[in-house]
Design a protein around this ligand. Structure first.
Ligand SMILES: *Cc1c(COP(=O)(O)O)cnc(C)c1O
Length: 245
């Protein structure tokens, strides 16, 4: 491909090389790891450029803020790329989020962290255009109080609860690891999420058979996440450059 430094396409190719070599090192098939573009603060035309620079059908779009998802969805929906909500979902924003996600057609809410939220989401999805909606459970593997997500030892119960709700398909688990430079620490956190996934999927409970995805790894730690079994890496700054603060 034509690659020029400082372009989104060039950065995207670098990230794909990182994913490929991490898969190679781990003895994994690169097709088993999808790239989610974490598009917060990026205008729709930049997101379109990034999607166009990736092999067709290989990338996902991830938005953190419901308002940004709503604002950008009309300009991105025709791409036919699945949109994932990767930031917190407040109950009073569920309808807004669902309308925007429905524009994209393919959608996933990765940030379910309580049964109450899942129940409200379920109630509004049933009978609508997104029924059934893919969801993941966000797990707080680092234990930092500031982090969203259910505690690892409560994830199994939550997964069983979500698995029984109509209108939702539990696809797997999502996490953000500690901002550490220590490989052992980060990998232990990613391994914890994998353990949750294996326990849930192995439980045989209703609605858990499809809970195989592990959304973990970002610009700083995607190699370690791939080594621990990530199936979706969420990458922002390594593709789009540093975000303004
Ligand atoms: C921003 C963000 C990412 C991507 O982070 P980078 O460090 O920019 O790669 C991944 N996941 C979530 C939930 C994010 O908010």
């Amino acid at each position: 491909m034509l690659s020029m430094p400082d372009t989104v396409a060039y950065a995207l190719a670098r990230v794909q090389e990182r994913i490929d070599s991490a898969c190679h090192a781990a003895g994994r098939d690169a097709a088993g790891v999808r790239l989610l573009l974490a598009t917060k603060t990026q205008p729709a035309d930049v997101v379109r450029e990034a999607v166009a620079g990736a092999p067709a059908g290989t990338v996902l779009i991830g938005e953190n803020r419901v308002q940004e998802l709503v604002d950008k969805a009309p300009a991105l929906a025709d791409l036919g790329v699945a949109a994932h909500l990767i930031g917190p979902l407040q109950s009073n924003k569920i309808n807004h989020a669902l309308r925007a996600l429905a524009l994209h057609g393919h959608a996933c809410v990765e940030t379910i962290d309580s049964l109450a939220l899942a129940q409200k989401l379920s109630a509004r999805v049933v009978g609508g255009p997104l029924d059934p909606l893919d969801v993941m459970i966000q797990v707080n593997v680092s234990g930092e109080e500031s982090k969203a997500g259910v505690a690892p030892d409560r994830a199994l119960d939550l997964a069983h609860g979500v698995g029984e709700l109509p209108g939702l398909t539990l696809r797997g688990f999502m996490t953000i690891a500690s901002p550490t430079r220590d490989e052992g620490t980060a990998r232990a956190e990613f391994a914890l999420l994998r353990g949750v996934r294996d326990e849930v999927a192995g439980s045989g409970a209703a609605g858990t058979a499809q809970a195989q995805e592990l959304s973990m790894g970002m610009s700083r730690d995607l190699e370690w996440a791939v080594a621990e079994g990530s199936t979706i890496v969420r990458v922002g700054s390594a593709v789009f450059g540093a975000r303004p603060r």
